[in-house]
Design a protein around this ligand. Sequence first.
Ligand code: C5P
Length: 418
Amino acid sequence: MTKQAIEQDPVHVGDLPGKHIVLGLSGGIACYKAAELCRALIKQGATVQVVMTEAAEQFITAVTLQALSGRPVYTSQWDSREANNMAHINLSREADAILIAPCSADFMAKLLHGRADDLLSLMCLARPIATVPLLIAPAMNREMWAHPATQRNMAQLSADGATILGVGSGFQACGETGDGRMLEPPELLEDIVAFFTPKVLAGQQVLVTAGPTYEAMDPVRGITNLSSGKMGFAVARAAREAGAEVTLVAGPVSLGTPRGVKRIDVKSAQNMLEAVMQQAQAATVFIATAAVADWRPASSAERKIKKDGSGQAPQLAFTENPDILATVAQSPRGVSGALFCVGFAAESHDLEDNAQAKRLRKGVPLLVGNIGPATFGRDDNALLLVDAQGSRELARASKLSLARQLVAEIASRIKQAR
Ligand code: C5P
């Protein structure tokens, strides 16, 4: 990436520039993950003020969190470092959000009742409720999590305006397996970034295709392409951050699913078409980033095609695949505009002319052009937005940054059109 692109790319200043997060730790073994979370928040440009309960101090030291956050940690409501001796007021007034991670079952119960007998709970109660959001990352044993009291507390905390970030599932420190683990720091980070993102796609159902397709010629071989799926996954993540309900139909790629996104894995173009046609009924936006194979072997052998010793290569015949984007765009919902369709074009030359021709051929209002060999597998890209009025360039940046710009663009077009 050029120096200019890095400077213009919001990802390089972090996803949380200027945000001040008060990170509260209550008692639980997941406190060890809070250290990594603190670091991750700072890496994204946030400042972090750590507040710990007495129980949290049993699991991790304030020294660790002071070193990671670069600020003295607060543990007591009687902290005389504050001139007015009101740490609970001062700390909560400067926060953009208070994040309790880990939030123990006991601390949830405490919050629910508005109890305030230690600094962290006191600060949560004293926070200006309309301007300082409270985010909760629960962490507890699976039985504690499933207990009706905890579930009831969680529902009530949510009704009281807190945002519950959910829990992970799997092997727990106690040796049991189930729900209740604290989410991993990268998952929490993704949720926090999404929390702060303006909800320009609220109420929209966004359908995204991503990755290559795989067209089998026999049970062990097939044809595919070099698409990594990164652009489509970034688009799905950006749309979810912007408040949309997102379904991602993914070809064979080994990328993690963005948080909060429903993923449907498919292999071939025909599988992808079926999944898309089903999901398109409810969708309001369709973004086709997948590099769908243009052709598939006319037939797929039931058994592996073997060399027969003759030196002759097998004769392969191909059939053209359905054009998923064109099919959707030219369906009644696509034509009426009820489903706003966006295509991608990976070209090797004459990007604007080729992209414009493709836009008309597919029948979509917006087509996003890029140079194929300069994007496949990379984390950055440059895009050209092509519509009936002409074209506009989105300068080279990370795929996530470009996906966010594209989502903002789509949101403003939908707003104008509807
Ligand atoms: O025709 P071409 O493959 O260049 O078109 C690219 C655009 O069309 C992309 O948005 C791609 O996801 C979509 N497409 C499709 N089904 C195909 C071929 C392409 O949805 N069979």
